[in-house]
Design a protein around this ligand. Structure first.
Ligand code: SAH
Length: 288
């Protein structure tokens, strides 16, 4: 850890409870009696009523377990949630996402924990959903597609996400990159993401409240940058914070938007590709 990284407004421990984990491996649990385990179990148990039918997979069992003891019901609810999540990842793969690391990350992150209880029945449908403050959680397919496009089969060290929202994509990124930084400009959403992420104990993710259009020059360069909100152009500050050879993936446009992938090919040279059409909330300056 450098001195600079210690100066973040949100220390890693405030998201993770101080645990450390290799990216892509589940957080270890000391004993079943620990507070962390209790928090995690509570999250799993509370996941059950938060993910009722209509489940998108015809194979998914019912979440209502009236005849089992509480621990057995929790285990079976967890299995049901995992089955529905696997089905979601299957649909994402059928839509063309091939990167096994991205698909595995999507299978690991419990998307229902990032969605309001009233809507969690739709957590594994391939759609964006409202998260309050006129913002949305991104559609699973587009989350996977953007990370795949940024990674392009390579190894990702440090990555930056602009637009944390509820924290879902940041969590997925934490399983494909070594270090993840994510910025949100709406304070209550920054706080919501912290709350959503805490039970997952992700140790390689840092959240920052601020204007992502400025990036994080104090941590740059990044091996990848993803924008989860669409501007008419990509802020120059972000292009400058890409490492040479690194890729930025961003929706660009107003009413009509396309995903762009920009690769920094030299100190003052970037190459841009236009990928598919998309629809994102707008990228806005400043903080609220
Ligand atoms: N990454 C989220 C998507 C959130 S929607 C997910 O996992 O689903 C996009 C988010 O970008 C919104 O929360 C919005 O407030 C935020 N945003 C827009 N402009 C921003 C800016 N300049 N800096 C940081 N966040 C911004």
């Amino acid at each position: 850890m450098t001195e600079q990284r210690k100066t973040f407004p949100l220390p890693l421990s405030s998201v993770t409870g101080g645990a450390t984990r290799k990216p892509g491996t589940p957080a270890p649990v000391a004993t079943p009696q620990t507070a962390t385990q209790n928090a995690r179990t509570a999250a799993q148990v509370s996941a059950a009523p938060r993910a009722p039918s209509p489940a998108p997979s015809p194979r998914a069992p019912s979440y209502v377990q009236t005849t089992q003891s509480a621990p057995a019901a929790a285990r079976s609810d967890l299995a049901a949630t995992e089955a529905v999540r696997r089905a979601m990842v299957g649909r994402v793969a059928r839509q063309g996402v091939q990167d096994p690391k991205v698909l595995a990350a999507m299978e690991t992150v419990p998307r229902h924990l990032f969605i309001e209880p009233a809507m969690s029945g739709q957590a594994y449908v391939d759609a964006s959903l409202p998260i309050g403050h006129n913002q949305t959680i991104s559609q699973p397919y587009i989350v996977a597609r953007m990370i795949e496009a940024m990674r392009a089969g390579g190894t990702l060290g440090r990555v930056l996400e602009i637009g944390t929202g509820c924290g879902y994509q940041a969590a997925v990124l934490s399983f494909v990159a070594k270090e993840v930084y994510s910025i949100e400009r709406i304070k209550p959403l920054h706080e919501l993401a912290k709350t959503n992420l805490r039970p997952l104990r992700i140790s390689n993710l840092r959240l920052q409240y601020g204007d992502g259009m400025l990036g994080m020059p104090q941590v740059a360069p990044f091996d990848g940058i993803i924008l989860a909100a669409a501007g008419l152009e990509v802020p120059q500050a972000l292009l400058e914070q890409l490492a040479i050879g690194a890729r930025l993936v961003a929706p660009v446009g107003g009413q009509v938007q396309h995903l762009h992938r920009i690769t920094r090919i030299g100190k003052t040279e970037w190459a841009s590709e236009t990928l598919e059409a998309c629809h994102f909330v707008p990228l806005r300056p400043g903080t609220v």
